[in-house]
Each structure stands twice: as C-alpha cells, then as structure tokens.
Design a protein around this ligand. Sequence first.
Ligand code: FE
Ligand code: ZN
Length: 504
Amino acid sequence: MMTRGLGWETSYQSMDDVFPFDKFEGIKIHDWDKWEDPFRLTMDAYWKFQGEKEKKLYAIIDAFQQNNGQFNISDPRYLNTLKLFLTGVSPLEYAAHRGYAMAGRSFRGVGARVACQMQSIDELRHAQTQFHTISHFNKYFNGMHDPQHMHDRVWYLSVPKSYFEDAMSAGPFEFITAISFSFEYVLTNLLFMPFMSGAAYNGDMATVTFGFSAQSDESRHMTLGLEVVKFILEQDPANVPIVQKWVDKWFWRGYRLLALVSMMMDYMLPKRVMSWSEAWEMYFEKNGGALFEDLSRYGIRMPKYHEVAAKEKSRLSHEVWATFNNYGHAANINVWAPRPDEMEWLAEKYPDTFDTLYRPRFEWLAEQERQGKRWFNNTLPMLCQTCQIPMVFTEPDDPTKICYRESTYHGMKHHFCSDGCKDIFDGEPEKYVQAWLPVHQIYQGNCFPEGTDPTAEGFNPLAAVLDYYHIEAGADNGEFNTSPDKANWERWTGQHLPSQPKAA
Ligand code: FE
Ligand code: ZN
C-alpha cells in the first residue's frame, strides 16, 4: 500500500515516449499494481534506519583505527583479498548505484521505481563505506591507492567491470533479472559469505563491520530479486522464455565472475573458511537446486550449464590461482605459492585433483623461487570474448585439456573459454564484438601512458603498461615473499614470516 498512487499518467506526452525502455525487450506487463513492494519502508523510515547503521559502523571503524587494528590480522597475505575486493567489488557497488537509478527511471510501475530508488541509494552507501573502511589499510599497505583508475584498466579487473557494464547496457528488465535475481538472489552468498567470514577468521573486524552493515540491505535486495522474477513470470506466459534466456546467461556470467572468489577462498585467505567446492555445493547445488525446483511451476528450469559448474568445482580455484601466480608481476596484488601445510589442506579438500594435477605445478614454482628464479609469464594470454578471463579453463570432461571454443562473426574469429560463454556471444554478437579486451588493447598499443614511444630503444612494454595502470612496480605487484608489504609487516610487528620454506 505504501507505493500505491504515488505515480501519475502523463497528459501531454505519451507514456510510451516518457518510458521508452520497458517494452523493447519484449516483456509484457499488464498490471503494474500486482507488483508486491518487497521493502515495505517509507523513505523517512529508510533514512532513519540507515543513519543509525552508519553511526555504528563509523564508531567501530574509528575504534579499529585508534587501536591499530590493521596489525591484528592473521597474516599480511590476507591484505591481498582486501585489494581484490577494493578494486574488483567496491567499484561494482558504485556501478550498481548507477544501474538501479537507470532501471528505476525506466519502469513505469511505481512499486518497481521505489524499490530501485532505495536499492540505488543502498549501493552508493556500500561503495562509500567500503572505500572509507579500506582506506585505512591504504595508509600502511600497497596496491590500494587508486582503485577506480585500476578498475577501469587493469587486465583482470575487466572481468568484474565488463560483467556489470553488460547488465547496465541491457534493458531494465534484463538488468534487474541479472543483478537482483541471478546475482543477489542466486549467487550473492558465494561472494559475501567467503569475504566476510574470511575477514572475521583473519581478524579484520573493520571489514566484518561494513559487511554486516551491507548484509542487512542485502536481505532486502534478495527479496526484490525473487519478487521481480515472480512478477514478470506471472504477468504473461510469453515472458517465460525471455526470462529463462536471461537466467541462463547471467548464471554463467556470474559463475565465471566468482572464479576470482574461488581462488580467494582456497589460496588467498591465510585462515580458510571452507573450500570453494564446499561453498558451491552448499550455496548453489543445495540452496539453488531448491529454488529452481520452486520456480519450475512457472516453467523455469535450472540454468543451462549448471552441470559444467559442478564438474569444474574441484579445479576452478587451482586453475585461476595458478594463472595469477604466473601474472602477479602485472597485477595490483601480491601472489605466492601455497606453503606445505596449505598444500596439505588443499589435498584434503580436493582429494581427486590436487595432488595429481596441481601440487606438482606449485611445487615446481616454489622450487624455482628457492633457487632465486621466481618465475613469471612474459607472454600475454588469449582472453575469452565474453567473460574476458584468460583461456585457462579446461574441458568439462578432461581437466588436462584447455577448453577452447570459437565463433565467426562478420568474417572475424572470436574465442571463448566455454560453451556457456560462446552461447552468450552467439545470442548477441553485436554487443560482444565491442568488448574492450585488455590483452588486445595492449597489443594494439592502447595501454601505454600518453606520449609513449614503443619504437624507442630499450622500450619496456610491461613497465609502460604498469605505468598506465598506476601499478607501482616492485611495491603493488609481484611475489609476496619479496614484497615491501611483507618487509614492512615484519619491521612494524616484530614478527618473522616464513619465506618459501626449504623442501623436506
Ligand atoms: Fe551492494
Ligand atoms: Zn568465458
């Protein structure tokens, strides 16, 4: 009832001219009044409620800073998950703020507009509280000084960036299905649970606090996600196949994005919460399975290729961290080979794959490091045209063979990491041929600072690219064991951290 009667019919312009975007996707809405307002909050109550949360959050951040809380974390390697979050996730909160503002403007139904408005403000708050919290760590540690600049340029950050821009440049119904339903409802636990529990396990109470503050909004967002999909499906049977196609697309795009979380869980958290494969089983296979069973009465089935994700769950994190390990010289985080006790944990969590497929690779890397020959890859990998991740994933039924797909469009060949990504491209090739692929852009000379002359003698393309990224070479990037973050940590705390320990 709170949102009824807040809008009006236009008189001297047609409604279709004022709201040009909520019909072109083919979604048919017959009665916007059937929209159940999921938030049930007046704006007045909203400001008071959020204001209270802000006060508590900033009081805790203040106390954290006064007490030098940054030195109470488990191990400075943990900081790299914060760097990943700050440059990969927080800018997406800001993108969500913009996206919901645009979606709200596009819907002619008042309930939907009010819900989008509140979520838009929520997302702005999330971006702000995250930047404010993590900025404290930026006073002490590297890699956190220029998150927006990096988000728009650094090779692997094009993965989250392109994910959100794909959603924002779709129509309003696709945007809200992609973000509110596929991401917030179906997949969000796989992002927030590991980051926030990870922060708690590793002693970072500041991040835990912004996490809780955002999570209480998240429960509203999840309700919106489910409401919106049910509303669309109930309005017209012709909407079902359109929604199914979006569910398929955004499940796969979201799952590929979560590859970054998988490596965070299995390799980057010094104190682990659970393995990626356990999280996938609990939050997708079990919870997601029940959800899609519930939605089957509308004619919606499990997202296409969910069985591929299941096949990949015992290799995803290993393939991705191995890639970061090899390209850490070009990233804004430090990387490392797992320590012997961590390899034991991995072997226990991944009994069918770790010892046979991945341990030898990490042991070889550790051995190179011990011999003073820390290895980084100096060639650039081919990227998937859709998810923009280097083509490092393997065949669903053969984890020893790179999965490689291609499509030809207007005489040009495009490459994909999976059937899921190829399908998405084939569905909207005009959209994806425009992708800004970091590797292609580097080879075309578009990722050097202005005025760079690549023909000059002694030109170092990697140094020029890092310059363009605002990555400070030798501080923000590279091997953790020789990093300034490690050296500073030891100087400031008096602790001594093991380097690559000698082989037994
Ligand atoms: Fe958010
Ligand atoms: Zn892909």
